[in-house]
Design a protein around this ligand. Structure first.
Ligand code: F6R
Ligand code: MG
Ligand code: MG
Length: 372
C-alpha cells in the first residue's frame, strides 16, 4: 500500500520560558488532530522536543496535501488559543500567518513528508531537534549515507553499494527552491563542499540509487528567511526509512555520538554541541544545549506501532555527559570567536544597532607625511 508520513512541528508556547509545552497543550493538539483527522488520517502520534510540539500523521493523501496540513494548522491554532489562556510563554510563536493558505510550508511550522510503497515491514525514524536549524542534520546524514566509517552497510550490504543521491537546498535563496542533486560516492567532494556550510546548504532528501526510493526527508524551512526577522531557530524535523536497502537504525544514529557543533543554543545565536535526548525532554542549560530526539516506529497499512525511544539507552548517557562537557567548554568563552554565531546569523537585531551607532564614532587616521 502507498502511504504518506507527515511530520509537522511548531513551537506554540511553553512553560517558564522556551522550555517545554504544558501537558494540557499537548493533549489539546492531540485531540484536535484526532477529531479533525477522523476518516482521513490512518494514525497519528503527538509528542514534544524542548518547546516544540511534533505531530506525526499517516494517510494516503500524498505530500503537500492541503487537507493534512490544515489538520496540523488547526491543531496549532487551537493550541495557541489554549497557550494564550494558560499564559504560556511565546504563545503562537511559530505561526507566522494566522490564516491558512493551503500549505504550512513557509508559514513557520517545520514539515518533513514522504510518500512510498510500504515494504512488508517498514521501519522508520522520526527525528526532532530544538534550539538549532536544519543544517544540524548535514553531518550525521552525510556520515550515515555516504561514509563507510560510520555506515558499514555501504561496503557490507549488496543492496547499498550503489550509494545514495543527495538533494541539497541553498536556503539563502528566497525567490524559490534552489536545489541540486548529487550522487554519493562519485560526487562526494562536491557534497562535502556544500554540506560543510551548515547555515546555507541543507539536505532536503536522500534517495536510494539501488531502487530510487526515498530514504530521508528533512524540513528545510528557515524561519528568519520567511519572517525577515528573528522568530526562533528553525528546530528541524526529519524522517528516515531504515534497514534493507537503507542504512540500519544503528548506522543512522551512530554519528549522533559525536555531539557535533551546530548553530542555535541561547537566542539562536551561538554554537553548541547537539545532544541526543530521550523523548519529551525539556530545554535547560543556556537555553540548550541544542537537542535532538529520535523515535523509531514500524508502520503497517498506515498504522503505527508504539515508538521505541532510540536515545533512551545507557550508551547515550555517556554521550550526554561528553556533550555536557563540550557545552561547558565552549560556553567558557562567552561571546568570543566561534562561541557566538557570525554577524549574518545573529538572531537578535540589537548588535546591528549597536554597530551602526559605533560606526559614527570611528575616525580614519591620516598618515602624517614627514618632511625629509
Ligand atoms: C532560542 C530560544 C531562546 C530565546 C531566549 C530569549 O531558540 O528560543 O533562547 O531566544 O530565551 O527569548 P525572548 O526573546 O523570547 O525573551
Ligand atoms: Mg520558543
Ligand atoms: Mg523550539
Amino acid at each position: 500500500m502507498k502511504v504518506t508520513i507527515s511530520l509537522i512541528k511548531a513551537d506554540i508556547g511553553s512553560i517558564g520560558g522556551h522550555i517545554k509545552p504544558s501537558e494540557e497543550l499537548l493533549k489539546k493538539v492531540e485531540e484536535v488532530v484526532t477529531t479533525e483527522g477522523k476518516g482521513t488520517l490512518i494514525d497519528s502520534y503527538v509528542g514534544h522536543t524542548g518547546d516544540d510540539i511534533g505531530i506525526l500523521m499517516t494517510h494516503t493523501e500524498g505530500e503537500n496535501s492541503e487537507k493534512i496540513h490544515e489538520f496540523a494548522f488547526d491543531a496549532f491554532m487551537e493550541g495557541t488559543e489554549l497557550a494564550k489562556k494558560q499564559g504560556l510563554y511565546g504563545a503562537g510563536q511559530d505561526l507566522l500567518k494566522d490564516s491558512f493558505s493551503g500549505n504550512v510550508k513557509g508559514m513557520g511550522p517545520a514539515v518533513a513528508e514522504m510518500e512510498f510503497e510500504e515494504r512488508p515491514n517498514e521501519p522508520f525514524l522520526a527525528f526532532a531537534a530544538d534550539k538549532t536549524d536544519p543544517g544540524a542534520y548535514n553531518l550525521p546524514f552525510y556520515l550515515a549515507f555516504a561514509d563507510p566509517m560510520y555506515c558499514a552497510g555501504l561496503i557490507l550490504s549488496p543492496k547499498m553499494g550503489k550509494g545514495y543521491t543527495f538533494r541539497i537546498m541553498d536556503v539563502e535563496y528566497t525567490e524559490g527552491d534552489k536545489i541540486v542533486e548529487l550522487n554519493a560516492p562519485e560526487d562526494l567532494y562536491d557534497i562535502a563542499a556544500l554540506l560543510r556550510d551548515q547555515e546555507r546548504y541543507v539536505i532536503e532528501n536522500i534517495y536510494s540509487r539501488e531502487t530510487g526510493d526515498v530514504a530521508v526527508s528533512i524540513s528545510t524551512t528557515r524561519l528568519h528567511n520567511i519572517a525577515g526577522k528573528y522568530t526562533g531557530k528553525d528546530d528541524p524535523v526529519a524522517l528516515v526509512r531504515v534497514q534493507g536497502n537503507f542504512p540500519a537504525t544503528g548506522e543512522v544514529i551512530s554519528p549522533y555520538a559525536i555531539g557535533h557543533f551546530v548553530a542555535g543554543f541561547m537566542r539562536g545565536s551561538h554554537h553548541g554541541p547537539l545532544m541526543p535526548v530521550t523523548k519529551n525532554s525539556p530545554i535547560s542549560y543556556f537555553d540548550g544545549p541544542p537537542v535532538v530526539n529520535c523515535l523509531a516506529f514500524c508502520v503497517k497499512d498506515g498504522i503505527l506501532t508504539q515508538p521505541a525511544d532510540v536515545f533512551d539507552h545507557p550508551f547515550w548517557d555517556y554521550v550526554r555527559n561528553n556533550v555536557s562537557r563540550k557545552s561547558e567548554d565552549i560556553r567558557r568563552q562567552g561571546f568570543f570567536g566561534p562561541a557566538m554565531l557570525p554577524f549574518s546569523e545573529l538572531e537578535y537585531g540589537g548588535i546591528v544597532d549597536r554597530l551602526k551607532n559605533l560606526e559614527g564614532k570611528f575616525t580614519v587616521r591620516k598618515e602624517e607625511v614627514k618632511a625629509s
